[in-house]
Unconditional design. Structure first.
Lengths: 111, 113
């Protein structure tokens, strides 16, 4: 089966610019997650979707981050405006139940 | 709140040595799942194992083995006869109910030839 697809693979932007990441989960997986992994740390959950509804966004900095999964399939994570501390790898994962299959991630550098 | 502690920041061993990576967790859930992931230098997260809270049987998969002890809230990972290709960052993670994963900070394992 095809894995979790993410794009772009890398992105470099200046602070205060906006950026968007795209994720296409494994077909049939109802649950989709976005994680942020800062260098040297473990991934941190940002938001969890069940189909097209948000289950948990308690750790999402809502003043600058937004995410949507309009048709219950692919998802977009946006940052506007970006800060230097947003430099990280953004990982998308999907799951049919208990467990996560991860995409390759998008490495964001904010300069 | 859930918490995963990986006290070993970095471990360095010589090839063919056995090595154990420690993981201690905290949760109030009675049903939960524990995971180990491998993150090689290329960056992808590779799933290694999932255990549910009701299954305390130890598991062995080739050179890898896992020791789950509910009494001490630990889920340790042992690599037997380590190889250079085992060099990576290893993450222990916890999932309660239908939540997302809570990860530890990871252990950087270096296998020297």
């Amino acid at each position: 089966e095809a894995g979790v697809a993410q794009s772009p693979r890398y992105k470099i932007i200046e602070k205060r610019q906006s950026v968007a990441f795209w994720c296409n989960p494994i077909s049939g997986h109802a649950t989709l997650y976005w994680y942020q992994q800062i260098l040297g740390q473990g991934p941190k959950l940002l938001i969890q979707f069940q189909n097209n509804g948000v289950v948990d966004d308690s750790q999402l900095p809502k003043d600058r981050f937004s995410a949507e999964r309009l048709k219950g399939v692919d998802s977009t994570l946006k940052i506007q405006p970006a800060k230097l501390e947003d430099s990280a790898v953004y990982l998308c994962a999907s799951s049919p139940g208990h467990g996560n299959t991860f995409g390759s991630g998008t490495r964001l550098t904010v300069v | 709140a859930q918490k995963v502690t990986q006290a070993q920041t970095e471990i360095s061993v010589v090839e063919k040595e056995d090595v154990t990576l420690d993981c201690v967790y905290e949760t109030r859930d009675t049903t939960y799942y524990l995971f180990w992931y491998k993150q090689p230098p290329s960056g992808e997260l590779v799933f290694l194992i999932r255990r549910n809270s009701f299954d305390e049987q130890n598991e062995i998969s080739g050179r890898y083995s896992w020791n789950f002890q509910k009494s001490t809230s630990s889920f340790n990972f042992t690599i037997t006869a380590s190889q250079v290709v085992d060099s990576a960052v290893y993450f222990c993670a916890l999932m309660g109910g239908a939540d997302g994963l809570t990860f530890g900070k990871g252990t950087h394992l270096i296998i020297q030839p």
